[in-house]
Design a protein around this ligand. Structure first.
Ligand code: ADP
Length: 384
């Protein structure tokens, strides 16, 4: 008898200013309980620090009436695995120390991940804790895609390469595409467009990631809510020399005051669409923001077509990708000659995972809701 014993996985995503959690049944895929604590440490926030945040979550878990003995594993989303970690990893003291050391590469994220891990290990001392790395899926990038064209010794000494992020989502969605098409992942070339607050694209050949838009940090690539994505690094030198902005100010400019927000003042895509439809002077800025966003997306689709040579499927996912039909339509408009034909009707109707291209389109275009928590829960379940 090898039937899976019933049980739940607690999935924790401990970020710099929020902790999200889900209790997931990794076999059935249901979520009996989920929640989040936001604005940690902020003046108007509910809690002063992560420890208080996790206490709050523990109380929500206890108050829910769910038997916590059913929690058989804890899965932790960890942002940066560096060159060290890519597969889901059973957490030990040594692993925690290494994840903390990798904070150099992800100063906002890894320290918060470590705090979440340490607190949760105290709360749930008797079950396996498993780290699932956002960079993991992109460990397979070929050197030609992973390397920056800079001094080789400098790159080696400081671990400068393209790591990629959102890997759990890209892996999950590309796997779901194969399921939806009834094909084996190894037969398929897929472009995944993860468009949320952060946004990234990936090219997946036969189930293996061969290119992605994010780099050493999650700043490179597509236009995002508040991040610039691709930019000439010369802009930084220029702003430093002419405007006197120092490194921290430039960091803040590109990570928090750029992207859609920089272009039109709002980072939420729904607000952008409303502003664009409203007319007047604010609509002009919103239209430019939208156009820059779409243009960048098209460029990446074109680039990844060339990287893959043949593309069987393009999948849109995350908040914008799943819910903004105009983005899907505009990003792929006029690509009939390249074998991509979106069906306007299908694109604008329906819900959940679905095909939105015409039956005759050589490349199948899909909407595939992402589910990073389920992917993390399944990964953690392997260790039970
Ligand atoms: P996160 O990166 O925080 O997980 P999400 O994947 O939830 O982000 O995506 C958030 C983005 O999705 C926001 O910009 C939000 O405005 C956008 N979004 C959500 N619903 C819609 C919708 N119906 N139309 C357009 N954009 C949407």
């Amino acid at each position: 008898m090898t039937a899976a014993a019933p049980g739940l996985v607690l999935v924790l995503n401990s970020g710099s200013s929020s902790i999200k959690f889900q209790l997931v049944d990794p076999v059935v895929g249901t979520v009996p309980l989920s929640g989040l604590v936001e604005q940690i440490g902020e003046p108007d926030g509910p809690v002063a620090d992560h420890a208080a945040g996790l206490r709050l979550i523990h109380r929500q878990l206890t108050d829910s009436g769910i038997d916590l003995a059913a929690v058989r594993a804890v899965g932790h989303r960890v942002v940066h695995g560096g060159n060290l970690f890519y597969a889901p990893t059973l957490i030990t003291d040594e692993v925690v120390a290494e994840v903390a050391r990798l904070s150099e590469l992800a100063p906002l994220h890894n320290p918060a991940n470590v705090i979440g891990i340490e607190l949760a290990r105290k709360d749930f001392p008797d079950v396996p804790h498993v780290a699932v790395f956002d960079t993991g899926f992109f460990h397979s990038l070929p050197a030609a895609a992973a390397s920056y064209a800079i001094d080789h010794d400098v790159a080696t000494r400081y671990g400068i390469r393209r790591y990629g992020f959102h890997g759990t989502s890209h892996e999950y969605v590309s796997g779901e595409v194969a399921v939806l098409l009834g094909r084996e992942p190894r037969e398929l070339n897929i472009i995944v467009l993860h468009l949320g607050n952060g946004a990234s694209a990936s090219a997946v050949r036969g189930g293996v990631a061969v290119e992605t838009s994010m780099g050493l940090t999650p700043l490179e690539g597509l236009v995002m809510g508040t991040r610039s994505g691709d930019i000439d690094p010369g802009v930084l030198f220029h702003l430093n020399r002419t405007a006197g902005l120092d490194i921290d100010e430039l960091d803040e400019l590109l990570n928090r005051r750029s992207g859609l927000k920089g272009l039109c003042g709002v980072n939420d895509f729904r607000e952008l669409l409303e502003q664009r439809a409203a007319g007047g002077s604010r609509a002009e800025a919103a239209t430019l923001a939208y156009d820059v966003y779409i243009h960048r997306l098209r460029k990446y689709v074109g680039a990844y077509l060339a990287v893959l040579g043949r593309v069987d499927a393009i999948a849109f996912t995350a908040g914008v990708g799943e819910n903004a039909p105009s983005v899907r339509e505009d990003a792929l408009a006029g690509l009939d000659g390249l074998g991509i034909v979106v069906d306007p009707q299908r694109n604008r109707s329906g819900k959940g995972a679905r095909v939105i291209s015409t039956d005759a389109s050589p490349t199948t275009v899909l909407v595939v809701p992402t589910n990073e928590e389920l992917a993390i829960a399944r990964a953690a379940w392997q260790f039970v």
